[in-house]
Design a protein around this ligand. Structure first.
Ligand code: NDP
Ligand code: HSE
Length: 325
């Protein structure tokens, strides 16, 4: 593993707890060989044996005994180098890094395919909800008509606490940071960038074409006030940060879609209005299945660790999901 923070600690803990169970189901006994971190003496919410730690990520990626590299650093700098170095050696990679996938996904999946390696990213969208797998596999016989949902746990937590308790924006944001929901730079959450990354990944996956980030409309929640939320409530609505992929038309075998992230008024009777706190909820509508709805914890240590652990070295090649885009 490269990264032993909120998510890395959760993955370490989950594998420590359930490695034998996973092995009984998959035939693969996962063993964490080494974990690269930035600072050895950083206080950690999950205790990781010092003997596993290194500050040099190359010791992880270049170790011949390491078959799968789990990138949990975040950002688009070192994380990109780690993933490329692993894929170039033909090692499969698991990542939760939606910012990197949204900006460099095309490059990464190409390198994965060239090196016959797999790149798994279930934890990058909607925390613990197995949404990527559902869109890729469970709903494969559908043309997607609409995907809309709450995909940022931090923003949903902030909006919920502001409405329920009347707390101020900054105060609730600090709680979200303490709970491990927010990005290292929380502007990524509250300005809508994180939801934008996730909805771009879902759109790319659903329509087999890389969605250019600059073409996606983005608006965050940083300017929303308690008065806005209370006024919406009086009108019978809840204010949610919603990501949407809408199928507009299909002409000459080409799908036209609209992708956006913006604060949106949801009628209080709609299922999405009941998605509160750190939870995410995503409605996926296909032309065969009609509407399906996915709900679960959208951020935090254990939910993300669960999604990170949904892949194993015997998994069939995952690169087909985006490599052909
Ligand atoms: P943290 O900041 O908690 O952890 C980052 C980890 O990376 C730390 O262990 C840090 O080391 C390590 N690190 C930083 N720079 C380097 C480096 N140069 N070499 C080696 N290690 C390094 O982040 P999170 O765990 O919250 O997030 C990780 C990824 O998961 C991000 O891409 C994020 O977007 C994604 N994600 C996060 C979720 C969440 O709920 N938190 C949910 C879904 C996805 P040290 O510990 O020494 O500081
Ligand atoms: N910061 C992200 C969120 C983490 O709050 O949704 C999960 O991707």
């Amino acid at each position: 593993m490269v990264g032993g923070g909120t998510v890395g600690g959760g993955v370490y803990q989950a594998i420590d707890r359930n490695a034998l169970l996973i092995a009984s189901r998959t035939g693969v006994l996962l063993k964490i060989k080494r974990i690269a971190v930035k600072a050895l003496d950083e206080p950690r919410s999950v205790e990781i044996p010092v003997s596993l730690l290194t500050t040099d990520w190359k010791e992880v990626v270049n170790d011949p005994e390491v078959q799968v590299v789990v990138e949990l650093v975040g950002g688009t700098g070192v994380a990109r180098e780690v993933i490329l170095a692993a894929l170039e050696q033909g090692k499969s990679v698991v990542t939760a890094n939606k910012a990197l996938l949204a900006s460099h996904g095309e490059e990464l999946f190409k390198v994965a395919q060239e090196n016959d390696a797999a790149l798994f990213y279930e934890a990058s969208v909607a925390g613990g909800i197995p949404l990527i797998r559902s869109i890729r596999e469970g709903l494969v016989c559908n043309r997607f008509l609409n995907i809309s949902g709450i995909v940022n746990g931090t923003c949903n937590y902030i909006l919920t606490q502001m409405e329920a308790l009347g707390h101020g924006f900054e105060e609730v944001l600090k709680e979200a940071q303490t709970n491990g929901y927010a990005e290292a730079n929380p502007a990524l959450d509250v300005e809508g960038h994180d939801a934008h990354h996730k909805i771009s990944i879902l759109a790319s996956l659903a329509y087999n074409a890389w969605v250019a980030p600059e073409k996606v409309y983005r608006e965050g929640i940083s300017s929303i006030t308690g008065l806005d939320i209370q006024t919406c409530k009086e009108w019978g609505y809840k204010l949610k940060l919603l990501g949407t992929v809408k199928h507009i038309s299909r002409e000459a075998d080409v799908d036209h879609i609209q992708v956006r992230v913006a604060p949106t008024l949801i009628p209080q009777t709609h299922i999405l209005a009941s998605v509160d706190g750190v939870f995410n909820g995503v409605s996926v509508r296909g032309d065969v299945v009609d509407e399906t709805f996915f709900y679960g914890r959208g951020a935090g240590q254990d939910a993300t660790a669960s999604a990170t652990g949904t892949t194993h070295p015997n998994e069939p090649d995952s690169t087909g999901c985006c490599a052909s885009l």
